[in-house]
Design a protein around this ligand. Sequence first.
Ligand SMILES: [Ca+2]
Ligand SMILES: [Ca+2]
Length: 291
Amino acid sequence: MKLFLIALLLVLLQSTPVRAQPDLIQEHAPYGVPACDTDNFKIRTAYLLCFNDVHRIPSWTMYHVKPDYRNTPERKSRFSSFRSDPDLANEASDDEYVGLFESHGYARGHFMPYGVLGGDRDRDGIYAHLEGESDPDDEQTVFEGNYMSNIAPQHHSGFNGSPGLWWHLERWVQDDMVQNRGEEAHIIAGAVMGQGEIEVVGQNSNISVPPMFYKIVSFDATNDKPQRVLAFLFPHQQVKHGRIQDFLTSVNIIENLTGLDFFQDIGIDEYEDSWRTWERWFADIDSTHTR
Ligand SMILES: [Ca+2]
Ligand SMILES: [Ca+2]
């Protein structure tokens, strides 16, 4: 018995520490988690997911962005393939998106973006790499970001791809603010489904196309700046018309449209138009993504 316990202890000491789920919730959603059915709520290393099994797309994802997470492996071969989600049954398959680009101009749009799936998340000094030594745990973190449950149809030319609004906002956050300026952010990326008729696509016409998307970006307080929250609400555009900051609104309006309650655990002014925050803290920052 004693030998068995010693052997067990040795095995435990050697195995890679897996981060506990409460730690991941605290990392990705320090201001509170909006409501989600238990079966559709998934905790991943790089993000939290609330999946919508009726529409077969995410309702929302929440994720922390910091400079180390920009160290994503090159998006090729095993890192570029979309994967089915082993923890959900009703997400769309990669095959169901085949032909949608040609027929509708729809890409497979990540909610939690590929560009911030990297990093040495288990702090063992090894990263996920396409070639050479590669950390299997950090690889798994990237694979989870490519699960089809993190994907919805998005217009490629005006929205998901360059120079679309979704693309510009992702790049502005991850390149200009996080990578170049060293900021950290907590982001909620989600879909607004609305009350009217919703476009459906796919061989069985059962993948919904959201009419609007939102992103609430909360930059963490720094030595000389307070927490700064920006709430973006984007119509799902076929052609980009307007700059990302032209689509700022209040957190409250997004709560109203989605029925969700964000920032439950802190007192921020959810009624304030986040354009004011933009003017005060971001308008002077020169960026190709805000022109
Ligand atoms: Ca590692
Ligand atoms: Ca709230």
